[in-house]
Design a binder for this molecule. Structure first.
Ligand code: CUA
Length: 158
């Protein structure tokens, strides 16, 4: 079988591109710790209100790390106002007792789906102090457009 030289060239190029994409996934996942928000930890949506993991909502410190615990429900974030430090990793732990909600912190790379039955976890570092807006970006009913919260990031320079 004779394969034309241009055909060989483009087959080789296609293989190289696929290899580069696969390498990018592996490097960012294992080297930089970039991966989708966890859908590993489960929770019974009917008992979110009494679950000890969500008993204390808001900003806390666990093993020296800043952890924000929030419940998203139709149509509010609980709590709806937060204050966290700049320049340190902040881990958000989120769940929903009713329907699927979204969790996006505008102007950052935080963007998660919050699915009933699961705990979504995402970690970010706010580089600058300032006021950030959290919005729900999954349509969750007639009050969807009202669903928002505010984060005040303090310290860490300007
Ligand atoms: Cu919650 Cu849209």
């Amino acid at each position: 079988m004779k394969v034309h030289v241009y055909e060989k060239f483009w087959m080789g190029t296609a293989v190289a591109i696929i290899a580069a994409f696969a390498a990018a996934v592996v490097l960012t996942a294992y080297g930089m710790g970039i991966h989708p928000p966890s859908h590993v930890e489960t929770i019974d949506p009917a008992t979110v209100e009494s679950d000890p993991r969500f008993a204390h909502r808001g900003v806390g410190v666990e093993r020296g790390r800043t952890v924000v615990t929030m419940v998203l429900r139709m149509w509010s974030f609980d709590p709806a106002e937060l204050s966290v430090p700049a320049g340190v990793p902040v881990t958000f732990r989120l769940t929903s007792p009713d329907v699927i909600h979204g969790f996006e912190i505008v102007g950052t790379n935080v963007n998660a789906m919050v699915v009933p039955g699961y705990v979504s976890q995402v970690t970010t570092t706010f580089p600058r102090a300032g006021d950030y807006l959290i919005v729900c970006h999954e349509y969750c009913g007639v009050g969807h457009h009202l669903m928002q919260a505010a984060i005040k990031v303090a310290g860490g320079g300007s």
